[in-house]
Design a protein around this ligand. Structure first.
Ligand code: COA
Length: 211
């Protein structure tokens, strides 16, 4: 029994600094997951510039220089402390040579964002270079980051918010055990058309029950 009602209150373990993953990256069968760095810009550019990647994520078309600056900016997102704060975890594919001079290649990234510190809600998002899709790499990365987030940040619920037409992303949500909770009709207006949004979610107890 809790001593007071507040003992049961939701609480994200904040602040959180993604730098801990630079010292101790997450390792999966094929990937090393560590904070995105400014020096990853050439690898990120390889997927950031592709129209099929931009189709369902709210990134504008950028020049190479703008793309590099965007990666510098995203690599500076290091700390979760309040609503809206995000961190970016790079997916380094072991044995795949980086576009830059040395190291393994960053083929995608996973974002974690605080949706509500008060209600212990996080958001997860992902992007993977199309040449590396269809191998389960996004699921491997997102699953590891989700498990880590539940362990370390203690969210009550994690959500993913997607363009409802993004069936690849929806399948990934379902592969992770997330449930489709809502379809918001005509939430955004892009390129002359109203687009629906899908919301997926998973509760901490549901994640724990996956074993
Ligand atoms: C969403 C996205 C990350 C999904 O990538 P993905 O590679 O399809 O995702 P997964 O890692 O789950 O791989 C699943 C596919 O690999 C196949 N696969 C092959 N080997 C596998 C393995 N060992 N384990 C699991 N799946 C494997 C699966 O059968 C599945 O194929 P299917 O979707 O045709 O059924 C990718 O489409 C993407 O980056 N899109 C552009 C950016 C974007 O839209 N981001 C989301 C914004 S909300």
């Amino acid at each position: 029994m809790p001593d007071s009602p507040d003992d049961d209150a939701p609480a994200l373990r904040l602040p959180y600094d993604v730098g801990v993953l630079a010292d101790a990256p997450l390792r999966t069968e094929r990937l090393v997951l560590r904070p995105l760095e400014a020096s990853d810009a050439p690898d990120v550019w390889e997927y950031q510039r592709l129209p099929e990647v931009l189709r369902y994520i709210p990134w504008p078309r950028r020049s190479r220089e703008e793309g590099f600056l965007h990666t510098v900016k995203r690599s500076g997102l290091r700390r979760l402390a309040r609503d809206g704060d995000a961190v970016i975890v790079a997916m380094e594919l072991v044995g795949e040579r980086s576009i830059s001079i040395w190291g393994d290649r960053v083929v995608g990234d996973v974002m974690l964002r605080v949706s509500s510190a008060e209600h212990a809600q996080l958001e997860i998002g992902w992007v993977l270079h199309p040449a590396f899709q269809g191998r389960g790499l996004a699921a491997e990365a997102a699953g590891a980051v989700l498990g880590y987030a539940f362990d370390v940040l203690r969210p009550h619920r994690v959500q993913a918010i997607l363009d409802a037409r993004n069936t690849a992303s929806a399948r990934l949500c379902e592969r992770l055990g997330m449930r489709r909770e809502a379809t918001i009709l005509e939430e955004e207006y892009h390129d002359g058309a109203w687009e629906d949004t899908a919301v997926y979610g998973i509760l901490a107890r549901e994640w724990a029950a996956r074993g």
